[in-house]
Design a protein around this ligand. Structure first.
Ligand SMILES: [Fe+2]
Ligand SMILES: [Fe+2]
Length: 213
């Protein structure tokens, strides 16, 4: 295999490609969607719009996850930490692709503000990495725990018969729990007050906006 060292320009172009794929919602998934073998539920218009709103929030959450992980990986101090973050980001790519497919099945679309969410999250991820790997990994732990709790809430809120969306969120939730545990085992520290609270409130803003726009 012909391996060459990546130049800063190569890295920049690869980063732009990943960002565009995430924002456009067309990244290739490694694993088939957990919804693939399930029948489409009968949803009336209100239920379909509600399920689409929830899945749009989850899609945007996954756009943010991509950006956070890539921002953190870009400035990680240690090569092992960087490899770990990029591996987790690859699993998040599956989540992103599954949510994008589910949105299409629900005759809806991703959030129009995804470019903004991506840029903001990338900057936050890079800032977390600048604070050092233990805090950066702690940030992963806190983010993934908050996402896990959020997914539990959405599993309650989905229309009862929407088994496809539920299957997607259930597998995502199991992955997020693994991501949190793995980051903690690698030395992620507890985030100081008020960071967890700030993260929670900014996610509430994102969820309220992405449900509609
Ligand atoms: Fe995810
Ligand atoms: Fe995750």
């Amino acid at each position: 295999m012909n391996i060459r060292t990546l130049t800063p320009l190569d890295r920049l172009l690869a980063g732009c490609e990943r960002a565009l794929e995430a924002i456009a919602g067309t990244p290739p998934a490694d694993r088939p969607s957990p919804a693939a073998d399930l029948a489409e539920a009968e949803l009336d218009d209100t239920e379909r719009r509600h399920a689409a709103g929830l899945m749009r929030v989850n899609h945007t959450g996954e756009v943010c996850a991509q950006a956070l992980y890539f921002g953190q990986a870009a400035l990680a101090r240690n090569a092992d930490t960087r490899a770990h973050l990029l591996h987790a980001a690859a699993e998040e790519t599956d989540h992103l692709a599954w949510c994008a497919a589910r949105l299409q099945q629900l005759h809806s679309r991703p959030s129009l503000l995804n470019p903004l969410w991506y840029l903001g999250s990338y900057a936050i991820g890079a800032a977390a990495a600048l604070a050092g790997d233990p805090l950066s990994l702690g940030f992963v732990v806190e983010t993934e725990r908050q996402v896990e709790a959020h997914l539990a809430e959405h599993l309650e809120k989905l229309p009862a018969q929407d088994h496809r969306s539920r299957a997607v969120l259930t597998v995502m939730q199991a992955d997020e729990i693994r991501h949190a545990n793995a980051a903690q085992q690698r030395g992620g520290i507890d985030l100081p007050f008020p960071l967890p609270t700030l993260m929670h409130f900014s996610s509430l803003v994102m969820k309220a906006v992405a449900y509609r726009v």
